[in-house]
Design a protein. Structure first.
Length: 119
């Protein structure tokens, strides 16, 4: 069974930094896309950043220049470095991945990690 395990959430003051990590485990044949989404209270889930196995990245306009996504293909991990954080970054962050396993290609989600930006 394929699972995504997230770590690194927590609380930080405005202007501070956090690093989120996500590791995919299980009977994985291939991963072609990994990313992070977030959902603030009362709002819909939105894309934060994603990266393909070839290193092509996409960022939400609201995080460009502040967040950096990186993927380690060998370790099946994706990290999100978040700098100069703002109160509006407060949300539950979810790891997402397109993974090929014995079940074929499927989209997987982590359980989410809370990020709070507050003074």
């Amino acid at each position: 069974q394929v699972q995504l395990a997230e770590s690194g959430g927590g609380s930080v003051q405005p202007g501070g930094s956090l690093r989120l990590s996500c590791a995919a485990s299980g009977n994985i044949f291939n991963i072609n896309l990994m990313g992070w989404y977030r959902q603030a209270q009362g709002k819909e889930r939105e894309l934060v950043a994603r990266i393909s196995s070839r290193g092509v990245t996409n960022y939400a306009d609201s995080v460009k220049g502040r967040f950096t996504i990186a993927m380690d293909n060998a370790k099946n991990t994706v990290n999100l470095q978040m700098n100069n954080m703002k109160p509006e970054d407060t949300a539950v962050f979810y790891c997402n991945a397109n993974i090929r396993s014995i079940y074929g290609w499927r989209e997987y989600w982590g359980q989410g990690t809370q990020v709070i930006v507050s003074s």
